[in-house]
Write a protein that binds this ligand. Structure first.
Ligand code: FAD
Length: 464
C-alpha cells in the first residue's frame, strides 16, 4: 500500500513517530508538506518564519533524497490539499503527528473527515511532547493547573520507555521513489526574498544538531547562567523545538541522563513547555481569555502611543528597549527579558496582555501558542500561576540584577554605550551623564513613571 506522511511541526527524519509508523506499515511512503494558505495568507510578507521553514524543508528534502525518498509539497488550504494529494498519489492513508492547538485540532478534524469521505484512513501519533493531553493528571483524575505538582507527577511517571527513540532509519527503504519535486520559492509563496534577514539561529536539521552540540557543552552551567541575557546561558533551541528539527525525546533523554543541577533545571523548562501545552489542551479558551475569569475584563488604558513605543524599543527604560530591539532584529528574546517586557507592558503601561501576546506571536521565531499564552498570562497575573498580582517587576532593579554591567543593553541600545554601569539602567536618575549626551534628544526620557504606574496597576487588579 501507498500512504502519505504529513509533516507539520516535525521537520526531521530521525525519531519521528508518524514517519516510523508509516514506514513500518506501508510499502511506499510519500512525505508531504503543505504551505497552508489558511495560515500563510494572513501573515505579513516579511515574516521571518517562512525563510526558516523553507530552509528546514530544503534540508529535509536532502535527507530524504539520501535515502531514495522525495518530499512533495502543496500551497493551498490543508483541508483541500490533503484530500487532493491522497487522490493524486493513490494513497490509502495519511499518517501524521498530533498538534494540540485549537486551530490545528479543528483543521485536522476537517481534513480527516474529507479523507474519510474518499475512503482514506487517518492515523495520528504523539510526537512533540513526552506526555500529552491527559496523560498526567492529579490523583483525583483532574488536570493540573499548578506547575510544581504537575512537574512532580510528570517526573514520577517518567520511565526510559517514554524516552525511547523511534528507529526510523531501519525502515527508510519504504520511502516512495518519485520523480524529483521542486520546492516553491519564497517569492512564489508570497513572501519577499529581500525581507529574509540573516537569522542568528541556523535553521534545519544541521542547524539543530550544531546548536545542540554547542549547548551540551554548556548544559552543566545552565542553572547559573540562564538568567543573564548578556551570557550564553540558554540553549537557543526553541525554534528547533517549535519546528521539530530536534526530537523532544532526545533532549529529555540527554537532560535526564546527565542529571546534574544544570540538566535538572533545564529538564524543568522542558516540563514547563508540556505544562502549558496541557493547559491549552484542557482549557482552549485561554487562547482568548484570562485563565482566571475574574481578570478577563480589566479596564486597561490601552494607549496606542505607549504600545508603539514599547514595540519599537523607545520606552526610555533601557533594559526594556534593548529586549524589544533584540526581538525586532533577531526574532528571539531571552526568557528573563520576555518576563521583564511583558510585566512592563501590563503593569507599567497598563496595556492588555493580549496586545503583547499578539506582537510576540508576529515576531518570535519560536512562537508557540501554548508557551506564549502561558508566559503572557503568567506575567499579567491572569494565568494559572500562584504568583499574586501585587508582585510587580521593577524594570530598573531587574536591569541592575541581570545585566549589571549593561553589556546586553549596550549591544542593542548603542546610543547608551558611553553611559557608566550605574547610569545605564536609569539614565534619568543619573547624577552625571557624558557631556555630549542629552536625555530626550539622544535617548528618550521614560515614557511613564514606574512608581506611579505601579500604584495604578495595583488599583486596577485589586478592583473586583
Ligand atoms: P531554554 O532556557 O534553553 O529552554 C529550553 C526549552 O524549554 C525552550 O526551548 C522551550 O521549548 C522550553 N521552555 C523554556 N521556558 C519555557 C516556558 N516558560 N514556557 C514554556 N516552555 C518553556 N517559549 C516558546 O517556545 N515560544 C513562545 O512563543 C514563548 N513565548 C513566551 C512569552 C513570554 C511572555 C514568556 C515569559 C515566555 C515565553 N516563552 C516562549 C518561554 C521562554 O521564554 C522560551 O521558551 C525561551 O526563552 C526560549 O529560549 P531557549 O530555547 O534558549 O530556552
Amino acid at each position: 500500500a501507498r500512504v502519505l506522511c504529513w509533516f507539520r511541526r516535525d521537520l526531521r527524519l530521525s525519531d519521528h513517530a508518524a514517519l516510523y509508523h508509516a514506514l513500518k506499515s506501508a510499502d511506499e511512503v510519500i512525505p508531504v508538506f503543505v504551505f497552508d494558505r489558511d495560515i500563510l495568507d494572513v501573515l505579513p510578507g516579511d515574516d521571518r518564519r517562512l525563510p526558516f521553514i523553507l530552509a528546514c524543508l530544503h534540508e529535509l528534502q536532502q535527507a530524504l533524497r539520501a535515502h531514495g525518498g522525495e518530499l512533495v509539497t502543496a500551497h493551498a488550504s490543508a483541508v483541500e490539499a490533503l484530500p487532493a494529494l491522497a487522490a493524486q498519489w493513490g494513497a490509502e492513508a495519511v499518517f501524521t503527528n498530533r498538534d494540540y492547538e485549537p486551530a490545528a485540532i479543528a483543521r485536522d478534524a476537517a481534513v480527516r473527515q474529507r479523507l474519510a469521505a474518499q475512503g482514506v484512513a487517518w492515523f495520528d501519533y504523539k510526537d512533540q511532547v513526552i506526555f500529552e493531553c491527559d496523560e498526567v493528571l492529579t490523583q483525583g483524575g483532574k488536570p493540573f493547573s499548578v506547575f510544581t505538582p504537575y512537574k512532580n507527577a510528570w517526573l514520577k511517571k517518567l520511565t526510559p520507555f517514554y524516552l525511547q527513540s523511534y528507529p526510523v532509519e531501519r525502515y527508510l527503504p519504504a520511502l516512495a521513489r518519485l520523480p524529483e519535486q521542486t520546492l516553491p520559492t519564497l517569492d512564489a509563496l508570497g513572501f519577499a526574498e529581500a525581507a529574509a534577514q540573516p537569522l542568528k539561529i541556523t535553521p534545519g536539521i544541521s542547524g539543530a544538531q550544531a546548536a545542540l552540540a554547542d549547548f551540551q557543552r554548556r548544559l552543566t552551567h545552565y542553572q547559573r547562567l540562564r538568567d543573564f541575557p548578556a551570557s550564553k546561558g540558554p540553549s537557543y533551541l526553541s525554534p528547533h523545538l517549535r519546528f521539530g528539527t530536534l526530537s523532544i525525546r532526545l533532549l529529555a533523554q540527554l537532560a535526564w541522563a546527565q542529571g546534574d543541577e544544570g540538566a535538572q533545571t533545564w529538564l524543568n523548562e522542558l516540563i514547563w513547555r508540556e505544562f502549558y501545552q496541557q493547559i491549552l489542551w484542557h482549557h482552549p479558551r485561554v487562547a482568548e481569555h484570562a485563565f482566571k475569569p475574574e481578570y478577563d475584563a480589566l479596564a486597561f488604558d490601552n494607549d496606542p502611543e505607549l504600545f508603539a513605543a514599547w514595540c519599537e524599543g523607545r520606552t526610555g527604560y533601557p533594559i526594556v528597549d534593548a529586549a524589544m530591539r533584540q526581538l525586532a532584529q533577531t526574532g528571539y528574546m531571552h526568557n528573563r527579558l520576555r518576563m521583564i517586557v511583558a510585566s512592563f507592558l501590563v503593569k507599567d503601561l497598563l496595556i492588555d496582555w493580549r496586545w503583547g501576546e499578539a506582537h510576540f506571536a508576529r515576531l518570535l521565531l519560536d512562537f508557540d501558542l501554548a508557551a506564549n499564552n502561558g508566559g503572557w498570562q503568567w506575567a499579567a497575573s491572569t494565568g494559572c500561576d500562584a504568583q499574586p498580582y501585587f508582585r510587580i517587576f521593577n524594570p530598573v532593579s531587574q536591569s541592575e540584577k541581570f545585566d549589571a554591567e549593561g553589556k546586553f543593553i549596550r549591544r542593542y541600545v548603542p546610543e547608551l554605550t558611553a553611559l557608566d554601569n550605574k547610569a545605564i539602567h536609569a539614565p534619568w536618575l543619573a547624577k552625571r551623564l557624558p557631556e555630549d549626551f542629552r536625555l530626550g534628544r539622544d535617548y528618550p526620557k521614560p515614557i511613564v513613571d514606574h512608581a506611579t504606574q505601579r500604584q495604578r496597576a495595583l488599583a486596577l487588579f485589586g478592583r473586583d
